[in-house]
Every structure is written in C-alpha cells, then in structure tokens.
Design a protein around this ligand. Structure first.
Ligand code: NAP
Length: 310
C-alpha cells in the first residue's frame, strides 16, 4: 500500500491543473493518468479557444497543450502514473483507498477528474468498425475522409459543429437525426443549412453499420413510416452526447441520474475530502477553459481541507 497526500484520478485539463496547483502547494500530488494522458483534448487537432495559447501561424493542437500542461505540473513536483483506477473506497473517510491495475494507494485527499467519453449508438457493426470507418472525433479522423461520403449521427451542437468541420474534407456530409427538429443552437443550425455539402435525413435511426473490411453503408429505419433502407457511406461519425467515466465510483459518491458526480460550489463531493472537477461533474460547459477553472477550484479547496487537518 503506497501512502499519498493527494491522488488525482484523471489527466485531462482539470486533472493536470489540479496537479499543478497542489504541486505548487508542495503536496507532491500523484496523478493516475487513465488510458489517455490529456483525456479528450488529446484527440483534438486544433485548439482555437483556449485563451493565452495562440499562434497565428500555427493553430496549436490538443496534444501540444497536454504536453505543456504535463511538463508544467511535473516541473512543480507532480508525479504521473500511467495506470487506470479500478476501484475506490471513499466510504470510510480519509485516508481513502484507490486501487489501480498495478498498485493500491492510501490517499489523504482525492480529486476526481476522470472526465467523460463519447456515447455509443449500441448497434451491430459499431464496435467492429471503430477506426475502419466509425469515428467519434471529426478533428482526429476527418483527414482520412478527403473526397469521401460520410454520415454524421446526432442533432445536437456537437453533431452540427463536427459536420461543418468535416465538410473541409468530405465530398458530402449527411446528418441522420432521429427527430425532425435539431437540438443544436440557432447559429450552428443556420451554418449547417447554408452549407452546400450538408444534407439531412430526418426521423431516422441507424440500425446497423455494415461493410467488408471498412464501412460501406448504414441500415436505416424511418421512425415515422417504419420504412427501412440502406444508405451508402464511407464513414460514420457519431455525436450523440457523452457519458461520465464514473462507473468505478458507483456507490461511493452521490451522482445524478446520468452518472455525473454531484459537487457543490466548492467542488466538494458527497465524501468529505474527495473533490471533483471537469466533465465528470459538468455536462454543460465541457470546455478546456472551464475544466481548467474547475480543476483550480478543486485544488484550492483540497489545499484548504488538508491544511485545516494539519
Ligand atoms: P446533446 O446536446 O446531448 O445532443 C445529442 C444529440 O444526439 C441529440 O440531438 C440527440 O437526439 C441525439 N441522440 C442521443 N442519443 C441518441 C441515440 N441513441 N440515437 C440517435 N440519436 C441520439 O450532446 P452534444 O451535442 O454532444 O452536446 C453536449 C453539450 O455540449 C450541450 O450542452 C451542447 O450545447 C454543448 N456543446 C456546445 C458546443 C458549442 O457551443 N459550440 C459544441 C459542442 C457541444 P434528440 O435531440 O432527439 O435528443
């Protein structure tokens, strides 16, 4: 059992910021990075909206930002462990138990920043064709679809934003939405409707993704008429929301009905000494800047909580 003052679960912008702040407070935090250092921004090709991080000649990439955040946190004493948390025990108070595949830790305070993942459609062919035509990240994979026909599934801001982005590469982008009305905001709707490469299939769901070695079509059902059809496509981009990576926290922290960890304005969770920040507790803003802010707040509260116990 390895004893730690502060364990941070997750290494996205919230986690790396919490690491920076608690490191500068001399707590030598341990970050358990999870399966992707940097979380979702590692999959982002261009970061245009993170203030103070701008270069007119070269739009910075997600991995570049992650590398700087990692170096900055490590410079001040944070340690990063490339492992995944499998189990926690927050029920018996501090010190808390955090188990990974390779180690068991005893932590005086914990900051949970495990983030969120793209929701899956759950249809046949989806898992099979991931990386071979099925994608959850336009900025990562759009490049591979130059001159190709693709479909986007979803009707929210993400679906439209990514569909518009994907028109930079694809010859056509067909948005398949299960209703006849979009959830996305007006501005994005206007931009999508005005884009000549974008068309819509309404009231329709994807039942199956098919192909040989790579995707070549989706099987569809119109929910209003019950009519089924096959639509040829080279790629299927799925943007139907996210789910928090909170399975390992079930029964340990209070969560809402969607599995988001409930925090108060001081980033406290239902367990005294366990704080949370970023998309594990925020389904609304989901920005690098907001996650950084929440990570800062969680770290400051953790420092205060620890200093009051000393
Ligand atoms: P979202 O707003 O929850 O939209 C998900 C979309 O997927 C909805 O249109 C939904 O249909 C559809 N959907 C859900 N489950 C489905 C299923 N099983 N099969 C088919 N369709 C399904 O998610 P999001 O677009 O990722 O956005 C999440 C949050 O981030 C929102 O608050 C959004 O405003 C924000 N965001 C903002 C921006 C921006 O401001 N530029 C960009 C991206 C995201 P229904 O409409 O029928 O429910």
């Amino acid at each position: 059992m390895q004893k730690e003052k502060v364990v941070i679960i997750g290494s996205g912008p919230a986690g790396l910021t919490a690491a920076l702040y608690t490191a500068r407070a001399n707590y030598k935090p341990l970050v358990i990075a999870g399966n992707q250092l940097g979380g979702q921004i590692s999959l982002t090709s261009e970061v245009e909206n993170y203030p103070g991080f701008f270069n007119a000649d070269h739009t910075p990439t997600g991995p570049e930002l992650v590398e700087i955040m990692q170096k900055q946190a490590e410079h001040f004493g944070a340690r990063i462990e490339f492992d995944e948390v499998t189990e926690v025990d927050f029920k018996n108070g501090s010190p808390f138990t955090v188990k990974t595949y390779g180690e068991e830790y005893q932590a005086e305070a914990v900051i949970v920043t495990a983030g969120a993942s793209p929701r899956r459609l759950g249809v046949p062919g989806e898992e099979e064709f991931i990386g071979r035509g099925v994608s959850y990240c336009g900025t990562c994979d759009g490049f591979f679809f130059r001159g190709k026909k693709i479909v986007v599934v979803g009707g929210g801001d993400s679906a439209l934003e990514e569909a518009i982005f994907l028109t930079k590469f694809a010859s056509s982008v067909t948005i398949i939405h299960r209703r006849d009305e979009l959830r996305a905001g007006h501005t994005l709707q206007k931009r999508a409707f005005a884009n000549e490469k974008i068309s819509f299939i309404w009231d329709t769901v994807v039942d199956e993704i098919v192909g040989d070695n790579i995707v070549n079509a989706v099987k569809l059902t119109n929910l209003k008429t019950g009519e089924t059809s096959k639509f040829e496509t080279d790629g299927v981009f799925i943007f139907i929301g996210h789910f928090p990576n909170s399975k390992f926290l079930e029964g340990q922290l209070a969560m809402d009905e969607h599995g988001y960890v409930i925090t108060d304005e001081l980033m406290r969770t239902s367990a005294d000494g366990v704080f949370a920040a970023g998309e594990i507790q925020d389904s609304v803003y989901r920005q690098i800047a907001t996650s950084v802010g929440q990570g800062t707040a969680a770290a400051l509260r953790t420092e205060k909580w620890l200093s009051e116990r000393e």
